[in-house]
Design a protein around this ligand. Structure first.
Ligand SMILES: Cc1cc2nc3c(=O)[nH]c(=O)nc-3n(C[C@H](O)[C@H](O)[C@H](O)COP(=O)(O)OP(=O)(O)OC[C@H]3O[C@@H](n4cnc5c(N)ncnc54)[C@H](O)[C@@H]3O)c2cc1C
Ligand code: SF4
Length: 456
């Protein structure tokens, strides 16, 4: 059968419905009822579990007392991307997992994410920005990469009175918030609305279409600015290592999602039978979005069991309720082709070894899934090429930083996915905020600058 990859499998109406906001916001009444469930715990475990240390009981109490402005301020002063984090954070493994309600009620934590969205959405509908800039410091910082880490760093630096030039190779800022996260999590162009809100602080100049290592070097940035923050994320994707991997129909899941996030849905091609290979949130997002674009069969195949999948249980349930079939313990060994076209993927079962004392399993069986499209989601990697000429330490595939976000090169800081850590939006925001504080301290308290002789 010839491969069947096509655009517009569903009507515009159906596509609009499939990609609408997956979890619409709470009404004021719902928010008040939910806020009333909070115990306002002393030493609240939910705060401990939030990478950006939002004072959760404080903002929930503000909502309960109808002080939505105060709630928003509490959230945004810790996490300026609190609106997108409210939508994309896996709260089930962060704040909500630790909520004391899970221990004493029937596993229903306070809906912290939904309440956070309620407060930040209110704030973003107001005409004025909630924070003011400090007096100008006369210092200028380059932020390279306009994803969550770069945006959080730029905003905090601007608040502290520094001038910031925010560079990115893409024309639009936002990083994976704009090009990676599933469309139904950040519906209605939310990523750009949040950036407009964030830029309203002033003092941030955006220069899209600037590629580190191509149109500008780190050496030039160091010469032209008082400090540099690198937030260039992970630009590479792992390959399956199979022959014919470049054949039409075999695509990186991240590229597939980027295409659908930056083009009209009706012009995004999708196969009739799609196989997604991987076990993380990228695999889940690619599989669900392929299904919602109109693919008839979507199978997600992961080489081990559920316990080692990085996709959370909530994400796995979401995939299954969206009609995605999960097949575990199988690894791809061959792409099947006919007349130069993709027809399927053959897998070998990778069942765990039998427990001692039980008879050995039969030799690993193989099975083939027919496919017009194969989406690879087996991990992203940091590509060090843009900084290859600079004396900056990369270890275990990530930029090395100290606890303040300083790299080994004087005046150069880094954070987000390009450094070691959780690879979550909220962790990138924390890194950007913390690096901004360190840059501020280093520039103002120690009068350090790039013209100096080394990192303080
Ligand atoms: C498909 C997908 C779905 C995800 N879904 C979720 C989710 O639901 N929830 C969650 O918490 N996390 C999710 N994540 C992870 C989250 O998006 C990242 O952890 C977060 O975006 C990291 O932020 P960052 O700023 O470090 O990097 P990025 O968001 O990757 O931003 C890096 C920026 O640097 C730019 N850049 C790269 N190289 C250069 C260069 N040489 N020159 C100039 N600019 C450059 C890029 O264009 C980009 O704008 C997802 C990731 C993927 C891939
Ligand atoms: S742990 Fe739960 S109940 Fe306690 S403060 Fe946090 S959200 Fe409220």
């Amino acid at each position: 059968m010839p491969p069947d990859i096509a655009c517009g499998r569903l009507s515009d109406d159906m596509l609009a419905r499939n990609f609408a906001d997956a979890h619409p916001g709470l009404t004021a009444e719902q928010a008040a009822l939910e806020a009333d469930r909070c115990f306002y715990c002393y030493d609240a475990p939910c705060i401990e579990a939030c990478p950006t240390d939002i004072d959760i009981p404080r903002f929930i109490k503000a909502i309960a007392s109808k002080n939505t402005a105060g709630a928003a301020r509490t959230i945004l002063q810790s996490n300026i991307l609190g609106g997108s984090c409210a939508r994309v954070c896996p709260t089930e493994i962060l704040c909500e997992q630790k909520c004391v309600h899970t221990a004493i009620e029937t596993h229903k934590p306070v809906r912290i994410g939904a309440l956070q969205r309620f407060a930040t959405d209110w704030q973003m509908a107001q005409p004025a920005h909630p924070f003011k800039r400090a007096a100008p410091t006369g210092r200028h910082v380059a932020v390279m990469g306009a994803g969550p880490a770069g945006l959080a760093c730029a905003h905090r630096l601007a608040m502290l009175g520094h001038d910031v030039t925010l560079y990115d190779r893409h024309t639009r800022p936002g990083g994976l918030n704009e090009y990676g996260v599933a469309a139904y999590k950040l519906a209605d162009d939310f990523a750009q609305k949040e950036i407009d809100f964030l830029f309203a602080i002033g003092g941030i100049t955006y220069r899209g279409g600037t590629t580190l290592g191509e149109t500008v070097s780190l050496a030039t940035l160091r010469q032209e600015h008082d400090a540099v923050f690198l937030a260039i994320g992970l630009s590479g994707v792992r390959a399956l290592g199979l022959p014919d991997e470049s054949i039409h129909g075999v695509q990186d899941a991240v590229a597939f999602i980027e295409y659908l996030r930056s083009h009209p849905l009706a012009t995004t091609p999708v196969g009739r039978r799609v196989v997604v290979i991987g076990g993380g949130n990228t695999a889940i997002d690619a599989a669900v979005q392929a299904k919602r674009l109109g693919a008839e069969e979507v199978t997600l195949v992961y080489r081990r069991g559920e316990a080692t999948m990085s996709a959370t249980e909530v994400e796995r349930d979401w995939a299954q309720t969206n009609g995605v079939t999960l097949r575990l313990w199988a690894a791809p060994i061959r792409l099947e082709t006919a007349a130069g076209a993709l027809t399927g993927v053959t897998f070998r079962r990778t069942d765990p070894p039998p427990l001692s004392g039980t008879p050995p399993l039969a030799p690993p069986a193989e099975f083939t899934l027919g496919a017009d499209m194969v989406l690879k989601a087996i991990g992203q990697v940091f590509i060090p090429d843009p900084i290859a000429r600079d004396q900056i330490l990369v270890e275990n595939g990530r930029l090395v930083v100290d606890e303040k976000g300083r790299t080994t090169l004087a005046g150069v800081y880094a954070g987000g996915d390009c450094t070691a850590g959780e690879d979550l939006t909220v962790a990138a925001v924390r890194d950007g905020r913390e690096a901004a504080k360190a840059i501020h301290d280093d520039l103002t308290l120690t009068a350090f600058s790039l013209s100096g002789t080394g990192a303080p």
